[in-house]
Design a protein around this ligand. Structure first.
Ligand SMILES: NC(=O)c1ccc[n+]([C@@H]2O[C@H](COP(=O)([O-])OP(=O)(O)OC[C@H]3O[C@@H](n4cnc5c(N)ncnc54)[C@H](OP(=O)(O)O)[C@@H]3O)[C@@H](O)[C@H]2O)c1
Length: 254
């Protein structure tokens, strides 16, 4: 498959490497132009291109840039075919992303992304930390395999995204339509807690819109306050405590 990745950072570059390794042709872009991402692309087995070219030439486009930068991509998506599958890896944190116009009126973060791009999106890979994405992928059937939710309205697009999530070393869980995608947003227990398939399904059921904002902000506040002293494992363990997934710990947030 011809896959385009817009965003060559921690998530985008890792997806490029994993998807290239499973035989896909990958184009990748950053915000500054192909000459500045050639090294990253080559190390990942991908090809550097400008963002517009990446979008134009791909059957699947993975958007993996900061949430508040997404409106800048709008022009690239105006003429792409309806059949192109667009996958959104983003997460919204107010302290980092501010208050983007229209977000407050959107049903979910990914609905807002879809509106900005003018194209339907599938939400995937948003619920795993870059460190886990990089090092914890396992072959299908492995007992300790981590699972990731995938949500989106078009069944074929969702299945394509699930196939790609599996190719990167994780069980893909069908999390339903985009209306349900809030269940995998920050502040809910399926978000960055490295759960098994069975536990992700339970976590999606346990998602709670009323408490999610408070839990998301508590997580962000603690991680931000710790600056670089927090490893991914610290963040993982803090998230598990906030979502009350670690039964031996005190619940941090009701
Ligand atoms: N890091 C994580 O653990 C994690 C986990 C799950 C989901 N996510 C989400 O995934 C997305 C990417 O996260 P990340 O950690 O990979 O970010 P990152 O390391 O900061 O990388 C961001 C990338 O986006 C590119 N970019 C920014 N604006 C762009 C534009 N207008 N056009 C093209 N490229 C643009 C940047 O290019 P330049 O360097 O040229 O500006 C950079 O390559 C975010 O939405 C984040 O919330 C992150």
């Amino acid at each position: 498959m011809q896959i385009g990745i817009v965003g060559a950072g921690k998530i985008g570059a890792t997806l490029a490497r994993k998807l290239s390794a499973t035989g896909h042709k990958v184009l990748i872009a950053n915000s500054r132009g192909p000459e500045t991402t050639e090294e990253t692309a080559a190390a990942a087995g991908a090809v550097a291109a400008a963002a517009g070219e990446v979008v134009r030439r791909s059957q699947v486009v993975i958007v993996s840039i900061p949430f508040n930068a997404i409106p800048r991509l709008k022009n690239h998506f105006t003429e792409i075919d309806d059949s192109v599958v667009v996958i959104d890896t983003s997460n919204y944190f107010p302290f980092r992303d501010g208050n983007p116009e229209g977000l407050a009126d959107s049903e979910t973060e990914s609905h807002w992304v879809s509106t900005q791009l003018g194209h339907p999106v599938v939400k995937a890979w948003n619920s795993i930390l870059a460190g886990s994405l990089t090092t914890k992928g396992l072959p299908k059937g492995a007992v300790a395999r981590i699972a990731l939710p995938v949500s989106g309205d078009d069944v074929t697009s969702r299945e394509t995204a699930m196939e790609l999530v599996e190719a990167t070393g994780f069980d893909a869980i069908d999390a339903g339509s985009l209306d349900e995608s809030w269940r995998q947003e920050p502040g809910n227990p399926a978000y960055c807690t490295d759960l098994s398939a069975k536990d992700v399904e339970l976590a999606l059921q346990r998602a709670n819109r009323t408490t999610a904002t408070k839990k998301r902000d508590l997580l962000a506040e603690r991680v931000f306050a710790a600056r670089d002293r927090y490893t991914d494992e610290d963040i993982l363990s803090l998230g598990r405590r906030i979502y009350n997934l670690a039964p031996d710990d005190d619940e941090l947030c009701g």
